[in-house]
Design a protein around this ligand. Sequence first.
Ligand code: UTP
Length: 493
Amino acid sequence: MSPSNLRQRYEAAGQAHLLKFWDADALSEAEQKSLADQLEALDIERVNRIYKKAVTAEAEAAAPGAHDPIQPLPKDASDSVKSGKDAEWRAIGLEAISNGAVAVLLMAGGQGTRLGSSAPKGCYDIGLPSHKSLFQYQAERIARLQTVAEQEFKKPAGSVIIPWYIMTSGPTRGPTTEFFAKNSYFGLNPKNVILFEQGTLPCLTMEGKVLLDTKSHVAVAPDGNGGVYAATRAPLSPADKSHTVLSDLAKRKVLYVHAYGVDNCLVRVADPVFLGYGIQKQCDCAAKVVPKSDPTESVGVIARRGEKFSVIEYSEISKEQAERRDPETGELSFRAGNIVNHFYTTTCLNKVEAFEEELAFHIARKKIPHVDLETGEAVKPAKPNGMKLEMFVFDVFPFTEHFAVLEVMRNEEFSPLKNAPGTGSDDPETSRRDLLAQHKRFLERAGAIVKDGVEIEISPLVSYAGEGLQSVKGKTFTKSGVVGELEELDALV
Ligand code: UTP
């Protein structure tokens, strides 16, 4: 496109200020080219549409009576791992894994701004004795589960594969790729670890004008974890436009997908119990939840809104609703804490495209570094000055056909890494504490005694969820250590 056509397009879209430094002769030829390339590739008309829709949707949502009233989850669409059916679900899920019908989808495109680390969150060392990263834990859980499925379903060693699709974003793709390569994919076959990239959107002023982060570059941000759906349809490489995550799933004959966020050190990747639950209930989509700890916890809950399932943000729930309890059980009526942990059929993932246009982006008002258009100076704002537009992965729930919720125990399955070290909640120290406490429980449940103060870290390659530790029965552990193979436990007695 010629520079004058580009200008016309941006003028018509009300975004011609992006060419301000070009007009002022403040750009070198290389900078002009790079800006022109970026502006040409940007669908600026779509950005304007998304902005308008996001602003309208936000205003409508805030209007009184905008939504149908919320109701607690119906009993037939929710269950708990404490129901006694977990062994049955596990068998169903593990069989699907053993048949190669399961894949995992990791959302690792977030920028982890609260944590404050420059590397992707999955590379983070939460201070475990082994210093394994979150990515390594997840990789080893996949490896172990493949082995468990082979053993329990009498398949040849190495024959069961759980492909791992990892969504990255502009900021996380390079470092994530390098981290996996440097660590030899943590023992997994690189053919079965598929990295892909979510989309980005420009950052906007509060009035919807696109911001520049340098004189020749538009400020962009990942389009939210809900960008995962569009990203599964995008080519995995420019060389082959027909090869996408969805086509890859189809080629591998995958029927069920477990999707999760990168920052939960306790995540049961490809959890056979959850998969079995979703399969048995014939869900097209399901969500794992943890019980809300108390009425004031700031977590979104899954509930019914009219005829549909939705995530209700904590700010949308009245005090009376938050405190309401089920008269039979005494439990909170709205308690299904949403933890970004979903089951999908591949059929369901393929259907998202049909209704995706109906979903509105959410507005996140943030401090966005940018270049001042008048002075050309770099500005680092002290308070929110603009907006990022994000899609949420759970916004598809109301559109699914057969949805259900599985409640799991928080101490076994959820300890997110959100905040910087020393914050006191959802930080590296709480992640470390919760993971090591779980390993202690694994040993105790297998019949061992672990002396106070003893810290034993058990590799996921030894045990995925506490299984396979029968040999510790009756033993007393008196020494701390890292266990990479079952036999190494003996040295800690
Ligand atoms: P969060 O909403 O907690 O964001 O992501 P974050 O990037 O980890 O942290 P902050 O808010 O910047 O501090 C929940 C999950 O969704 C993924 C994250 O990687 C995490 O696994 N995510 C988020 C994406 O994959 N893409 C995005 O654009 C945003």
